[in-house]
Structure formats: C-alpha cells, structure tokens
Design a protein around this ligand. Structure first.
Ligand code: NAD
Length: 335
C-alpha cells in the first residue's frame, strides 16, 4: 500500500502515521504546509520523529497547489489517501472565516480531483462532530440529519461530505467521511482545551471555562482515532443496493460512500474533565467562568453502534487514562 496522509505534521496526522507504519508492506507519504495556526515547533518535532521511521517520507506541500500535489501523488504511485489537512478550530472560524475557504474547500476539491485522476482505492477524510450543529437528538447517529451547522468550520466540513458524495457517485470513488469527536491526548493541539488548561494551571494562570463548565463532550483518545483510521482505510465502502431513494438514509448511498462517527461513545462534563487535570497536576485551577460562546455546541455524544458493528466492539480509552498520558507527555515535552 502507498498511503498519502495529508496534515501529517498535525496532531491526528502524526498519530495516524505512527499507527499506519505498523502495517506490513506499507509506505506512508506525509504532506503538510506546516502553517503557523499554532506553534510550528510542535509540528516540526512530530515530523522529525516520523522521519526516523522506515517507510515514512515527508514533503512540504500546500494542498491548495493542485499541480504540485498531483505531480507528487502520480510520481509516488499513491493508491490510498487519508486526508486530514484542514483549517481546524471552531472559535478561530468566528474570527477568521476566510482561512477555512482555501484549505477546506479548494484544498478538498483538489483532493477529490486527484483521487479521480489516480484512481484511488479508498479516500478517507476528516469531518467533525460539529456538523451535528443544532441537532440535540442524542446520541448522534450517522443516519440522522446533520444539516444545521452553526459556524463556518462545520459548514466547510459538511460541504466536504456532500462534495465527496457527488465524486463518489459520479466517478465510483470509494470514500469514507469520519466525523471526529473532540480528539485529545499526547502531542495535542495547543489551541484545544486540555492543552490550554494544563498550561495555565502549571503557570498559575486563570483558565477560561465557557458555558460555566456545563459543556459535555464525547472525548476521543488520539490512539483510538489512529487505530480506527487504519481499520477504516481497509473497510472500503460499497454501494448500498438497498438504498431507498424514497426514504434516503444520510449515512449510506447508491454511491460507494460512507459516513462514520469516530468517538468514544461516552459523555464527560467539562468540570469533571478539569477536576481530572487538577488531580494529575496536584494543583487547583483558578477558573474564569464565562457564558456559552456563539458557535459552540453545548453537548456532544455519539452512538458507537456503527463503529462497533464494523470492528467488533472497539474498546475506547477511558478519559482518565487519556488525561494522565497527556500530562505525562506535556511535562516531558516542556520540561
Ligand atoms: N482534533 C479534533 O478534536 C478534531 C475534531 C474534529 C475534526 N478534526 C479534523 O481532523 C483533522 C486533523 O485535525 P488536527 O486536530 O490534527 O489538526 P491540526 O491543525 O493539528 O492538523 C492539521 C494539519 O493540516 C496542515 N494544513 C493546514 N492547511 C494545509 C494546507 N493548505 N496544505 C497542507 N497542509 C495543511 C496543518 O499545518 C496541520 O499540521 C482536521 O481536518 C480537523 O478539522 C479534528
């Protein structure tokens, strides 16, 4: 297998490459533009670790550069793609919406076009739990409507899902969209809650607790996501011949297309999550309680039914173990 991983220097990309490198007869080609949305040192350090592994190759490419990307994929004879490069972050999309258009829409279009040209065996791409938006029908299931995103980030990801469906239908490209639910763990993103809380508590600074701590999240451990992506890549979707055009199920299709929630299937309240960080750091946080931010989804919880049916009761990591691993990594990285 020759697998392209876009966003390889990113948080999920790094863990995914590590997991894929355990497969036999597999070469991983990572690309990333190493942008400065957050500290590039952490991105470069991730790539340095990956580059030491056999069968990993890295090239700095911006996925909005169609020609460069196409030539690279053709030259390397790529036959599988895991597309993770994106402008991520819910809150940033309120301040800088334009950042989301180039990578998440134009870049995504390039990935689809190139998938068609190289006749890819399977394209797996990152979507988000944020597509559920105003939907409060818990737990979120793939076969329910997710048509009410509440910020542009989610809107670009929902657009990716429908763009992908059209390409899958027209050109018979097997494509799977993975809706990730709040991924956390070692090497995590500095703009996300676990990182910010840990940093501020250690530095004796206040932490901003939005929605007065009443948020609940389906936190998903990074290694679980990486393992699942490696499995999903081999689960090539087929067209569903029982697809009912009169009662269309949003998670399946006449095209070889699939949508999967990638989650732990458990809900943890933000205040409980913070208490666990405090316990690990043996220090109390100074909390700055704030109202719900516009664009934030108050609660997320996913059904794991589809994942479990595909991968026989996939066991997710408990959030207490995940937080402990993150804090161990943070302390050793920033010592
Ligand atoms: N972390 C989460 O909780 C979460 C939740 C839902 C969805 N996602 C999605 O998962 C994917 C990976 O997220 P992450 O948390 O690892 O984010 P990340 O920001 O750490 O990784 C994304 C990587 O993509 C790269 N990138 C951005 N624009 C690019 C471009 N134009 N060309 C090439 N590379 C580019 C960035 O430099 C970065 O290294 C993203 O698509 C994100 O939207 C993440």
């Amino acid at each position: 297998m020759k697998i392209l991983v876009t966003g390889a220097a990113g948080f999920i990309g790094y863990h995914t490459c590590l997991s894929l490198l355990k497969k036999k007869n597999t070469k991983i080609f990572g690309v990333d533009n190493i942008n400065n949305y957050y500290d590039t040192k952490i991105k470069l350090d991730r790539i340095e670790i990956l580059k030491k592994k056999k069968n990993f190759y890295f090239k700095k490419i911006d996925i909005t550069n169609f020609k460069l990307l196409k030539n690279y994929l053709t030259k390397k004879k790529i036959n599988y793609i895991i597309h993770l490069a994106a402008q991520a972050g819910v809150r940033h999309s309120l301040k800088k919406p334009r950042d989301y258009i180039d990578t998440n829409l134009i870049g995504f279009f390039n990935i689809l076009e190139i998938s068609k040209i190289i006749n890819v065996k399977h394209l797996v791409f990152a979507s988000t739990s944020s597509v559920y938006g105003l939907n409060e029908n818990f737990p979120f299931k793939e076969n329910r409507i997710a048509d009410h995103p509440i910020q542009l980030y989610a809107a670009t990801k929902k657009s990716n899902e429908v763009m992908a469906h059209s390409y899958s239908y027209l050109f018979k490209i097997p494509i799977t969209g993975c809706r990730f639910f709040t991924v956390y763990g070692p090497w995590g993103r500095p703009d996300m809650a676990l990182f910010k809380f840990t940093k501020n508590i250690i530095e004796n600074k206040k932490i901003d607790v939005f929605n007065n701590g009443n948020h609940t999240r389906d936190f998903t451990y990074c290694d679980d996501v990486a393992k699942l992506l490696s499995k999903i890549l081999l689960k090539i979707p087929k067209k569903n011949i029982r697809f009912d055009k009169k009662k269309p199920d949003p998670s399946t299709s006449l095209a070889p297309f699939d949508i999967i929630n990638v989650s732990s299937g458990k809900q943890v309240k933000l205040t409980k999550f913070i208490s666990e960080i405090e316990k690990n750091l043996k220090r109390k946080a100074k909390k700055n309680f704030l109202p719900l931010q516009i664009g934030d989804i108050p609660d997320t919880l996913s059904s794991k039914k589809k994942i479990n049916s595909y991968f026989k009761n996939f066991k997710s990591t408990n959030y207490k173990v995940g937080i402990n691993n993150f804090i161990k990594w943070y302390k050793s990285y920033y010592k």
